[in-house]
Design a binder for this molecule. Structure first.
Ligand SMILES: [Cu+2]
Length: 401
């Protein structure tokens, strides 16, 4: 695909256009008048700054600084192919992967006790940042409030939700937000479309209870979503959901990198793989091992836990399953106005959809959250639910041989 075919999707605020990063051809800020802070210097600094081949790179950088078009291009392909080289080892330096977008799944706002509808203000800031993809690689994520998924929003049916969206000054791209919980064109996407440095707001009435996805909807939408711009809002029904002991917030996503799964260094997004729906990575809460090494979920025998599970996609349906457990209750598709299904092993969650699952924990040990399209485990998707407490031999025990 050539540039002109894509330009319409990548309009800058002044009407000028640049090719998306996937084409790996961009213009310097000096080359486009009036474009706010689309710095290619920082892009170069973020990736090539660590290579030993900095001579060639700094020549590229100076060409860019002179105001021309520059190919930041091959920096990804270049380091991906240098298996075992010194530069490869340099890419493993902690500074490459220091920042972390993973959302702690145990951070969920409390349930809503009030009986009256209110106005609820939601502040979202769109933040683009290079952060950990796995222990060896980083990726330039696009986020709401710096985390993937974005913040969990909790309101009550009948509430008026006032969404204030700000796109940070140092962003390269426009962003906005489409709330699936809103009734109105684009779910607010057009009303909140912000160039870097801009801020906009809109309000909607949360008329339908349920668990809903929100996401950025700036074209190419699939790219904004894949890069991390999704989250969820729970619209509680009147009287709220039944109380449980613990709640968790988990979302599945796909990451399309130019380099194969497991590569080292700063990996580049890949537009062709995105269009072909061929992600290299499948993740829970932002990156590989976010819900294993970083934020394993913890609970105790005897407790009932609720998982608000969403699928950011942008493309693949999830077959959500917890190895070793059975969902006692499932609010299919995040719908809370009908009684939940009971005794479910695996729940289908479409891209841009959700489910609420509840499990009573009876046997201690480690339970693993997966998409039962299990090849995705090999591409990074897994989470741990660690349960402590007394053994329950009447339910589960070995037979002595
Ligand atoms: Cu966006």
């Amino acid at each position: 695909m050539n540039r002109s075919e894509r330009d319409a999707s990548w309009e800058l605020p002044d009407g000028d256009a640049v090719a998306p990063p996937a084409t790996r051809e961009v213009r310097s800020e000096e080359g486009i008048e009036g474009v706010p802070a689309i710095s290619r210097r920082s892009l170069l600094a973020g990736s090539v700054g660590l290579t030993l081949g900095s001579l060639a790179v700094s020549q590229e950088a100076s060409a860019q600084n002179a105001g021309g078009t520059v190919r930041v291009a091959e920096h990804g392909a270049r380091h991906a192919n240098r298996v075992g080289s010194l530069s490869q080892r340099l890419y493993s330096l902690p500074s490459v992967v220091a920042d972390d977008v993973a959302h702690d799944p145990s951070v969920v706002p409390p349930s809503i006790a009030r009986q009256e509808a209110e106005i609820v203000r939601v502040d979202l800031e769109t933040v683009e940042k290079e952060a950990r993809l796995d222990e060896r690689a980083s990726f330039r994520f696009w986020t709401f409030n710096g985390t993937v998924p974005g913040p969990f929003v909790r309101v009550r049916v009948g509430d008026t939700v006032e969404v204030y969206l700000k796109n940070r000054e140092d962003s390269w791209l426009m962003h906005n937000v489409d709330f699936h919980a809103a009734t109105g064109p684009g779910g607010g996407a057009e009303l909140t479309s912000c160039a870097p440095g801009e801020a906009k707001a809109f309000r909607f009435k949360a008329q339908n209870p349920g668990l809903y996805v929100y996401h950025c909807a700036v074209p190419p939408v699939a790219m904004h979503v894949a890069n991390g711009m999704y989250g969820m809002i729970l619209v509680e029904p009147e009287g709220g959901l039944p109380p449980v002991d613990r709640e968790f917030y988990v979302m599945q996503g796909e990451i399309y990198t130019n380099e194969p799964f497991g590569s080292e260094g700063l990996l580049n997004e890949d537009y062709d793989k995105l269009l072909n729906e061929r992600p290299e990575y499948f993740v829970l809460n932002g990156h590989v091992s976010a819900l294993t090494d970083h934020y394993p979920m913890k609970a105790n025998v005897g407790e009932t836990v609720r998982i608000f599970f969403g699928n950011g996609g942008p493309n693949h349906v999830s077959s959500f399953h917890v190895i070793g457990e059975i969902f006692d209750r499932v609010y299919l598709n995040g719908s809370v106005t009908k009684p939940p299904q009971t005794d479910v092993q695996t729940v289908v969650v479409p891209a841009g959809g959700s489910a609420i699952v509840e499990l009573k924990l009876e046997v201690p040990g480690r339970y693993v959250l997966v998409d039962h399209s299990l090849s995705r485990v090999e591409r990074g998707l897994a989470g741990w639910l660690d349960v402590e407490g007394e053994e329950a031999p009447d339910i589960f025990e070995p037979i002595a041989s």
